[in-house]
Write a protein that binds this ligand. Structure first.
Ligand SMILES: Cc1cc2nc3c(=O)[nH]c(=O)nc-3n(C[C@H](O)[C@H](O)[C@H](O)COP(=O)(O)O)c2cc1C
Length: 315
């Protein structure tokens, strides 16, 4: 297990240390001899818990992640061209609140590099029964289309379309026509698509995107981080993640279900305990993602969450 003291060191440094440990496969996990299968878009997940986008942006950590007991891993967000992301500091942790703000700025080695190891990522994941979701980030419709066309033929299980990172500064969210063009243009991709929605948007936006997802047969990933100001981050703003956003995420999932959305939902935001996994599933999610708890605890977090989740179910 990564020592807890790591959360009190400068976050940009601990981020790098954690990556090195996971990549080397040093962070071991305990095996749990139980499954709780979920079926999404006709695909069987051995359990509904998985890693959300942002931890393994380039598909470099699969060695450790495949062994972590999860039902799925989300790789990315990957961008078409290589990006350095924002200058450091770009992460601030609030350990007492189980929260953090990040403005990574969508750093990526770029799609051409990513695709060279995607086959290996899929092979390794499938050996351990882990489903692979690829998260794409694009700054234009064309960028998304190029990446989607090059993903064909790889044995990935789904694609998540990230239109909601604070890094976009609202460029997808403030122009419904442009976003509508994107959602229409990606229809017909040969694998299930999830649209990742933001936190903090207006009810009209959520209604609109829910209807669009229903119409095109897409799933929804609810939700990305909540954009806020943070002067300690180099660019002065970032996305809040972790425990404080959990009630917002749960409420949004419930709302979308009361509107009659029938497609799959990945619920993600502030999950730190097994009961939250159960609660999000009860609220209407089909799968549950985790990022900030992973950033605080490392891959062992999945063993703990699954244990707690199974214990909760058998109460
Ligand atoms: C350091 C960090 C990097 C992230 N990078 C991405 C990303 O590249 N693409 C994306 O769609 N979401 C990204 N996210 C958002 C997470 O996937 C997730 O939606 C959000 O953090 C809420 O879940 P959590 O509270 O479990 O972290 C990132 C979050 C964090 C903390």
């Amino acid at each position: 297990m990564l020592p807890r003291v790591i959360n009190y060191l400068p976050p940009d440094i601990t981020h790098d240390i954690s990556h090195a440990i996971i990549r080397a496969g040093i962070a071991g996990v305990l095996r749990i001899g139980m499954d709780y299968p979920a079926e999404v878009f006709g695909i069987r997940f051995r359990n509904p818990l998985g890693l959300g986008a942002g931890i393994d942006k380039d598909g470099l950590l699969i060695n450790g992640l495949a062994r972590s007991g999860v039902g799925f891993v989300t790789i990315g967000s990957v961008t078409l061209k290589p990006r350095r992301g924002n200058p450091r500091p770009r992460i601030v942790k609030y350990p007492g609140l189980k929260a953090m703000v990040n403005a990574m700025g969508l750093p990526s080695r770029g799609f051409a590099d990513f695709i060279t190891r995607l086959g290996k990522v899929v092979d390794l994941a499938s050996r351990f029964g882990v489903r692979v979701i690829v998260s794409l980030a694009g700054f234009s419709l064309e960028e998304f289309l190029v990446m989607l066309s090059r993903l064909r033929g790889f044995g990935i299980d789904a694609v998540e379309v990230n239109i909601s990172s604070p890094t976009y500064r609202g460029s997808w969210l403030n122009d419904i026509n442009r976003l509508g063009d994107l959602l229409r243009a990606i229809e017909g991709f040969d694998k299930p698509l999830f649209i990742k929605v933001p936190l903090g948007a207006g009810v009209d936006f959520y209604r609109w995107i829910t209807e669009a997802a229903e119409r095109y047969g897409y799933g929804l990933t609810i939700a990305n981080t909540l954009p806020i100001k943070e002067p300690r981050i180099s660019v002065g703003y970032g996305g809040l993640s972790g425990y404080p956003i959990y009630p917002l995420v749960r409420a949004l999932i419930r709302k979308v279900r009361t509107w009659g959305f029938g497609g799959p939902i990945i619920g993600i935001g502030g999950v730190f305990h097994g009961w939250q996994v159960a609660e999000l599933l009860k609220s209407g999610a089909n799968l549950v993602g985790v990022v900030t708890a992973f950033a605080f605890e490392g891959p062992i977090v999945f063993t703990r969450l699954l244990r707690e989740f199974y214990a909760y179910l058998s109460q």
